[in-house]
Design a protein around this ligand. Structure first.
Ligand SMILES: [Zn+2]
Length: 481
C-alpha cells in the first residue's frame, strides 16, 4: 500500500492488456546485454517524463510554503536512506484519498488526504519513508524488468504505457481499475513481498531520520481500524489489506530500535491547517466553526496552529481585520515564522497596506534572496502597488534561480505583458509549455519571441532553445512508444 499500488495496479492491467501474441514460454537470452535491464540512467529519463506529464495533468499544489514543507521533510528522509542513486522529487497533490505513491526516477506523489489523516509529522514521515524505500529498492524498476522476461513488449513499452495512463481521462482510468482486480490477483504475492521490504527498510530510515520507528505500525493500525467496517475503504486497502501480520511485523521491526518521544512539529500542524482551509472542500463558515470549536475545547496538538487555522478561515471568509489581528499576535511570538509572514502578507494586501508590507518583505528578501515564500510575496506586494519595474527585476532573478518553477513563469508572463515586452512574454510562455512537456507548442512560442526580439544575443539564445525543444520532444516521444 501507499505505494506503487495505484501505479502497479495500472501496470498489472496494462501488462495483461498488452498484445500477448508474442508471449513465449522460453526464457530470453540473458546473454544479450541489457535487453531486460532498466538502468538508473533510463529510470531517470522516465522520471523526467513523469514530471512533465504530472505538470500537465495532475492537480499539483503550487503553494510555496507547502512545497517547501514537503520537500524539507522528504529530503530529511532521503538523507538518511541507503542506496540513494538519484535525486528525489516530492509532489503534493490535491486529492482527499489517503494515499502516496512512488514512481520511477525518484518521484513521490503525496496526497493532501494523507496529510489530513496523519496526526503528526512522524506518521507522515513513516509513509514517505516507505515510499522512498520502494524507489531505493527499485521495486517498480525490477517489476518491469521481470515482466519483460516473458514479454518482448519491452520495458520501454510498459513504462511508456504507465505514463500514458497518467494522462488518460477519468473515464479511461475508471475502465482500467474496474478490470484490475482480476489481473492484480496473480501478482499479489510479489507486491506483498515488496510492501514488507518497503516497511522494513522504511522503518530503519524513519529511525535514522530522527522519528519514532513505531509510527509506521501506529499509522497502519489507525488506518486499518478506521476502515475495518467501512463499505468503501480506499482502493489500496481493498487490494492490499493491512493485515494483522503486517502491522505486527512493523511493530517487531520497530522494537529493534529505541522508542523515541518525538516533540510536536509545529510546521506539520501549520501545514495541516493550511491544507484544511485552503486545499480542501471546506467552506469558510465551516472552517471558522471548526477552528473556533477546536480552540474552545482545547482539542489541538498546537494552540498556535489552531489559531493560524482560524486566521486562515477568517481570511477565506474575507474578514480581513479579524484574520490580521490573530496573525499579528502570532507574529509577535514568532516574527520569523514563514507561515505567519505569508498570511500577514495576504491580509496586508487585502487591507491596502502595501507600503509597509513592501518594507518588511524587502528587509527579509535582502537577507535571503533564495527564499521562495518571501520572494513570491514581495512580487505580489509590488504588483499590487503597481511597481512593475521593480517587480520585473525580482521576477527575472527568481526565474534565473528557479527556471523550473511554473509559478515564476506565470508571473513573468504577466509582468512582461504589462511592460509590453513581447519577446520576454513569449519566451516565458514557451518555457511554461516546455515544463509541461508540450515542446512543439513551446517551439512555436519561442519562434514568436524570436520575431519580437531585437537583441542579437537573445535571438541566438532563442534559436538554441528551439533546437533543445525539438530534441526533448523526440526524447519524450521515444519514451512513450
Ligand atoms: Zn508500498
Amino acid at each position: 500500500m501507499f505505494n506503487t499500488l495505484p501505479r502497479l495496479s495500472i501496470i498489472f492491467l496494462l501488462f495483461f492488456t498488452l498484445p500477448n501474441a508474442n508471449a513465449s514460454t522460453s526464457l530470453p537470452d540473458i546473454g544479450i546485454a541489457g535487453a531486460g535491464e532498466l538502468t538508473i540512467a533510463k529510470e531517470k529519463q522516465y522520471g523526467w517524463a513523469f514530471n512533465l506529464m504530472a505538470n500537465q495533468s495532475l492537480p499539483i499544489i503550487r503553494d510555496p510554503i507547502l512545497n517547501l514543507y514537503i520537500r524539507t521533510i522528504g529530503q530529511q528522509i532521503v538523507r538518511h536512506a541507503d542506496s540513494v542513486r538519484m535525486p528525489f522529487h516530492f509532489l503534493l497533490i490535491q486529492d482527499n484519498e489517503i494515499n502516496a505513491a512512488a514512481f520511477l526516477g525518484g518521484n513521490i506523489k503525496v496526497n493532501t488526504g494523507l496529510f489530513l489523516y496523519a496526526n503528526d509529522e512522524s506518521e507522515l514521515a513513516a509513509v514517505l519513508s516507505h515510499e522512498v524505500a520502494h524507489i531505493t529498492q527499485r521495486h517498480l524498476a525490477r517489476f518491469l524488468e521481470k515482466q519483460s522476461f516473458n514479454n518482448p513488449a519491452t520495458i520501454a513499452a510498459m513504462a511508456g504505457s504507465i505514463l500514458l495512463a497518467l494522462v488518460a481521462p477519468a473515464a479511461g482510468m475508471a475502465a482500467l481499475t474496474s478490470t484490475m482486480a482480476l489481473s492484480a490477483q496473480s501478482n499479489i504475492n510479489y507486491t506483498r513481498q515488496n510492501e514488507y521490504e518497503a516497511d522494513r527498510i522504511g522503518i530503519r530510515t524513519l529511525y535514522k531520520a530522527g522519528f519514532d520507528p513505531y509510527d509506521m505500525a501506529n499509522f497502519f493500525e489507525k488506518l486499518a481500524e478506521k476502515y475495518q467496517y467501512s463499505s468503501s475503504p480506499p482502493q489500496m486497502l481493498s487490494t492490499h489489506p493491512l493485515t494483522a501480520t503486517r502491522i505486527a511485523e512493523a511493530r517487531l521491526r520497530a522494537s529493534q530500535f529505541k522508542k523515541r518521544k518525538v516533540p510536536m512539529h509545529l510546521a506539520f500542524q501549520l501545514s495541516k491547517a493550511r491544507i484544511t482551509v485552503r486545499f480542501n472542500s471546506i467552506t469558510s463558515t465551516a472552517a471558522i466553526n471548526l477552528y473556533t470549536s477546536i480552540l474552545k475545547r482545547k482539542n489541538y496538538a498546537s494552540r498556535q496552529a489552531a489559531e493560524y487555522g482560524l486566521a486562515l478561515a477568517y481570511f477565506k471568509d474575507r474578514k480581513f481585520q479579524k484574520a490580521n489581528k490573530i496573525i499579528l499576535t502570532l507574529l509577535k511570538k514568532s516574527p520569523r515564522n514563514i507561515f505567519y509572514i505569508d498570511l500577514f502578507s495576504d491580509t496586508s494586501l487585502a487591507l491596502g497596506k502595501q507600503k509597509n508590507l513592501i518594507k518588511l518583505l524587502t528587509m527579509f528578501y535582502d537577507q535571503d534572496r533564495k527564499n521562495k515564500v518571501i520572494t513570491l510575496n514581495l512580487i505580489a506586494a509590488l504588483k499590487s502597488d503597481k511597481q512593475y519595474k521593480q517587480e520585473e527585476k525580482i521576477i527575472a532573478r527568481f526565474i534565473r534561480d528557479y527556471p523550473d518553477n511554473m509559478l515564476g513563469r506565470i508571473l513573468a508572463i504577466e509582468v512582461y505583458r504589462k511592460l509590453n515586452n513581447r519577446a520576454k512574454e513569449h519566451e516565458n510562455k514557451a518555457e511554461l509549455l516546455a515544463l509541461k512537456g508540450l515542446f512543439k507548442n513551446a517551439a512555436q512560442e519561442m519562434s514568436t519571441a524570436l520575431i519580437y526580439s531585437n537583441k542579437k544575443l537573445n535571438k541566438a539564445r532563442y534559436g538554441a532553445k528551439i533546437e533543445v525543444y525539438r530534441q526533448d520532444d523526440m526524447r519524450l516521444e521515444a519514451l512513450q512508444k
